[in-house]
Ligand binder design. Structure first.
Ligand code: NAG
Ligand code: NAG
Length: 262
């Protein structure tokens, strides 16, 4: 949801709470996007912030839970559970994209995410060599539509200059206006997410990273990132391109933990 959308939702929800007889339709617009995800995956999480709330008797689960989520600035996902007859809302800051594909269907339920439909989830990716000391931090982590603030959900490159980059391939030109990048949640963010450029092109087969200079600049972050910093780049007009690259000019290993393009 856009920042304006979120703010509008907050105003609306605050009004609903003040005026119990207000119509609920506007509130429905704040219900966000549904996504199937394992309850255990959301609950059993050491890295996220979460709260479980009792549903008051007679409350409509969707309206009650979405309102609670909208009013908490850290909330990114809510789930009313158990799914048949909900008695609770789970509110979490976990990031789940609407096109996330759950593999653990045993306890999957429909939750609702604030995140928009985006192009990074399920794109193809190439990138510099990863740091082999951390085999879990593969570039494909940026495509799975899921980020729970665990450092092993990030992509961590080898520190040499030729490796501090990733390129998303959408298969054909796609239009977007926003690129969001998450820096790592722990203290070394300032060294691992610093002086980052995002560039776009329709042309493949360049030699990274020097040839990225031939791509159009979409946005840049001079750095240095603070731990967990969310860098939002917005173009005044939609930009269409097949490839989008992120690369770090600062002389260190690059670590990026979540990407959204929409
Ligand atoms: C990703 O690559 C696979 C294999 O080359 C291809 O079939 C698929 O269409 C590609 N997806 C996108 C979004 O380009
Ligand atoms: C890529 O191609 C599309 C149309 O095919 C065009 O609209 C767009 O401007 C091109 N993007 C770049 C970055 O050249």
């Amino acid at each position: 949801m856009s920042q304006v959308g979120v703010q509008w939702c907050r105003v609306w929800v605050t009004m609903l709470l003040l005026l119990p007889s207000a119509p609920v339709e506007g509130g429905e617009l704040c219900l966000m996007r549904s996504v199937l995800i394992s309850l255990q995956r959301v609950q059993a999480d050491y890295f996220t912030k979460q709260e479980s709330l009792d549903l008051p008797p007679g409350a409509r689960p969707a309206l009650y839970c979405s309102n609670k989520c909208t009013l908490l600035d850290w909330c990114q996902l809510w789930c009313a559970y158990p799914s048949n007859t909900p008695t609770h809302c789970l509110i979490s800051n976990i990031i789940v994209m609407p096109t996330y594909q759950e593999t653990n269907l045993a306890d999957a339920l429909t939750c609702h995410t604030t995140r928009p439909k985006d192009l990074a989830t399920h794109a193809n990716i190439t990138g510099g060599k990863q740091d082999m000391l951390y085999p879990l931090r593969v570039k494909e982590n940026l495509l799975d539509g899921f980020y729970n603030y665990d450092i092993n959900q990030c992509f961590f490159t080898d520190p040499s200059k030729s490796n501090r980059w990733f390129t998303l391939d959408f298969g054909q030109p796609k239009c977007f206006q926003h690129v969001i990048l998450h820096a790592q949640f722990i203290y070394q963010a300032k060294d691992r997410f610093n002086n980052v450029q995002v560039r776009v092109s329709n042309v493949t087969a360049v030699t990274p990273p020097d040839d990225f200079a031939a791509y159009d600049l979409f946005g840049e972050f001079p750095g240095a990132a603070s731990p967990g910093q969310v860098v939002e780049m917005k173009s005044p007009k939609p930009v269409c391109a097949r490839f989008i690259t992120g690369h770090m000019l600062y002389n260190n290993a690059f670590q990026v933990c979540h990407v959204e393009v929409f």
